[in-house]
Design a protein around this ligand. Structure first.
Ligand code: UDX
Length: 441
């Protein structure tokens, strides 16, 4: 099938390459010349495991191309909308880019074309887009994307489910999407056909649920810190109940990234417009932010009441491992706030150094973990990359000035670190009593 993917950011770039791997011919269109050039040369402008290979393979077939010219979508019969919907100051989604793209696309549509929305939008937007698209004799489907950064290729090609939002009775739209995703559906992926509003909602509701689950366990972490309970065992025991499940019950510094924080704010805002009070999601966010403050409070306490002039090393800046994304990153937020408090912050991350450097001057960035650790008076582990969870605590101990580590992701083997002489403060665990230097030896 001839397909266009409009918007070649994270979602669009992955989707375009994935559609070629399913046997389709794809043109990706984006207004960003540099991005288009880069993708056309097989270079992915962000870190996503597996995507460079998929892109290179796609380009080699001759069935994948990129362009900045919207007119180039004319030969395609199916058009995916993968345009970003960033957050406005009020927390609502900014739909400007999406509506501009739709306005440019509509005159190029041929009767019978299918436009497929993949962007995350507030409920009600698809119906508005459908009207414009249908005025050109084309049809609309809403097909939300649930991919996770770091697993985007796998999530796109082997999703947990497919959701098609279509006009009631639009069997042709369903049949077209079934053709596009034939290989995925053949492998047994559940597929649900619904209306536009439900399809839009599945996406934001899923993200709101995931955020709530994380904040729930982080609220329990606060209780565990105060009561001496063990948060990891609590999560494991809760997770044994299949109605609850263990996934997304990892306590720590909380959620960040380009989706969860933005989507819950946007959902609250859309709820207000609809007269529905989704205020509990504000609480979800405030629990999330409290975890960052907790790390800062622990750091200040450990350093004797002030971080001014103290050398703090931060391991991990990305919002999660296997990503170079620092959008709304809890780790980078903590780093920034420690700098504001007067600390001398040294930081390292396996992939996010450049993205962090661009957005946050004022930190001392190191590509090398030992360089970052040298002379530290306090170490914070804020993203659970394997490079840090697998770090030799003896080696780390030989580099720092003071063996105290705050484990912001509950990811270190605290017994091994303690054996190497470290004082380990893990979120969700009571703060251990300070031992005298003699006792430590
Ligand atoms: C999320 C959704 O998972 C995905 O379905 C949607 O399409 C986009 O938003 P993503 O933002 O890539 O994906 O990351 P995700 O893996 O969901 O993690 C989000 C944040 O939650 C990260 O900061 C992560 O560190 C944090 N997290 C996740 C926890 O703190 N605890 C957990 O148990 C799981």
């Amino acid at each position: 099938m001839r397909i266009s993917v409009i918007g070649c950011g994270y979602l669009g770039a992955v989707h375009a390459a994935a559609m070629v791997s399913l046997g389709h011919t794809v043109i990706g269109v984006d207004v960003d010349e540099a991005r288009v050039q880069s993708l056309a040369h097989g270079l992915v402008p962000f870190y996503e495991p597996g995507l460079p290979e998929l892109l290179t393979e796609g380009l080699a077939t001759g069935r994948l191309s990129f362009s900045t010219v919207m007119d180039d979508v004319k030969r395609a019969r199916l058009h995916f909308l993968a345009i970003g919907t960033p957050q406005t100051e009020s927390g609502a989604a900014d739909l400007g880019f999406l509506f501009t793209a739709v306005a440019q696309l509509v005159p190029l549509l041929s009767p019978g074309d299918l436009v497929v929305g993949k962007s995350t939008v507030p409920v009600g937007v698809a119906a508005r887009i459908a009207e414009v698209v249908e005025s050109a004799g084309a049809r609309l489907a809403w097909n939300p994307e649930f991919l996770r950064e770091g697993r985007a290729v796998v999530d796109t090609l082997s999703p947990d489910r497919m959701v098609y939002g279509v006009r009631e009775g639009d069997n042709e739209a369903v049949a077209l999407l079934d053709r596009v995703y034939e290989q995925i559906l053949e492998s047994g992926t559940p597929r649900m056909v619904t209306d536009f509003a439900t399809a839009e909602l599945v996406k934001v509701a899923a993200n709101a649920f995931l955020a709530t689950k994380i904040s729930f366990i982080n609220a329990m972490a606060e209780v565990a810190e105060a009561s001496g309970a063990n948060i990891d065992q609590l999560a494991d025991a809760l997770g044994q109940d299949p109605r609850i499940g263990r996934k997304f019950l990892n306590s720590g510094l909380g959620f960040g990234g380009g989706c969860l924080p933005k989507d819950i704010r946007g959902f609250v805002s859309r709820g207000e417009e609809l007269g529905v009070d989704l205020g509990f999601l504000r609480e979800v966010e405030s629990i999330n932010l409290r975890r960052r403050q907790r790390v800062i409070d622990l750091a200040v306490d450990e350093l004797g009441g002030s971080v001014v002039g103290k050398r703090i090393t931060i391991l991990g800046l990305a919002f999660k491992p296997n990503s170079d994304d620092v959008r709304d990153s809890p780790a980078l937020d903590v780093a920034r706030r420690l700098v504001e408090l007067g600390a001398v912050v040294h930081a390292t991350d396996p992939q996010a150094l450049e993205t962090a450097r661009r957005s946050t001057p004022g930190l001392d960035y190191h590509a090398d973990v030992p360089d970052a650790l040298r002379g530290a008076e306090l170490v914070l582990v804020l993203t659970e990359w394997e490079a840090f969870t697998g770090l030799d605590p003896e080696l780390a101990a030989s580099l720092v000035m003071n063996r105290t580590v705050i484990d912001g992701r509950n990811c270190l083997d605290s017994v091994a670190w303690q054996r190497a002489g470290w004082r380990v403060l893990a979120l969700g665990h009571a703060v251990p009593a300070k031992l005298s230097p003699q006792a430590v030896r």
